[in-house]
Design a protein around this ligand. Structure first.
Ligand SMILES: [Zn+2]
Length: 248
């Protein structure tokens, strides 16, 4: 057996353990079809599966599986002998047995079972349900089937949901922080204000200041204007018309 086969199986088991709560010891629900192929290929089921899983396992079956195998008679006599050796889990059909495939499907609803079967119809049916693990024999080699599309889709949807809710929670948290900060800031501004400062315009100094000396330039200019007025008056006096002109 190649190492990559073990790694693949381990990866598949980890996927189901993480996302669908499968736990050790892994319960392997075996039907008569699996036992029949094992017998044909001389596979010792418990030994081979333990080796393949590299972890603790428990082989189980149901009353319905045993009864169906017995009802098929001699062609399945060897397989029936094998399947009878496993632990019989109560399936709820005691006294009113149902076909093995139907019984197995009902078992997967309530429990965590790895389904060991060669029944293709049953396999197809279980592949459509998220969280179902399939084990089959490829000649003498046990194969743990990789997670079905249904299982993968279910897990990716679940993680998407948790991611979205995670982001929403984070945004909500940030909003709360922002509100607290705003409240703190508002309180700080309110306490800082205190008594109002006087209006700077009301403090403007009056233009009429007592005891201030007059501006010498303005004073000079005013003096000059006074003298020019006097000169103008003098000039007007000079151009007085003489009496002989007046008579004309
Ligand atoms: Zn049953």
């Amino acid at each position: 057996m190649k190492i990559s086969r073990f790694k693949k199986a381990h990866k598949t088991l980890t996927f189901f353990a993480t996302n669908f709560d499968y736990r050790e010891p892994y319960q392997i629900l075996v039907d008569a079809t699996f036992c029949q192929i094992a017998l044909q290929n001389k596979v010792i089921i418990e030994e081979q599966i333990k080796k393949y899983f590299q972890t603790t396992i428990k082989l189980v079956t149901t009353q319905c599986v045993i009864l169906e195998a017995e009802s098929l008679g001699s062609p399945l006599a060897g397989a029936t002998m094998i399947v009878k050796k496993f632990h019989v889990h109560k399936c709820g059909h005691e006294g009113a047995p149902v076909p093995a495939s139907q019984c197995i499907k009902s078992m997967t609803k309530g429990g965590r079972y790895v389904i060991a079967s060669q029944d293709r119809t049953l396999q197809d049916s279980l592949r459509r349900v998220p969280g179902r693990i399939l084990l089959y024999l490829h000649k003498a080699t046990p194969v743990l089937e990789e997670p079905s599309e249904a299982s993968k889709k279910y897990v990716s949807k679940k993680s998407q949901k948790s991611l979205t809710s995670g982001i929403e929670k984070h945004v909500e948290h940030l909003k709360q922080i922002q509100t607290i900060q705003n409240e703190k800031l508002y309180k700080q501004i309110k306490t800082r204000r205190g008594p109002k400062n006087p209006n700077p315009l009301s403090c403007k100094k009056s233009t009429k200041q007592k005891g201030k000396k007059p501006n010498p330039i303005i004073a000079k200019e005013s003096k000059l204007s006074e003298t020019s007025k006097v000169q103008m008056k003098k000039k007007r006096k000079r151009i007085k018309t003489s009496n002989h002109i007046k008579t004309l």
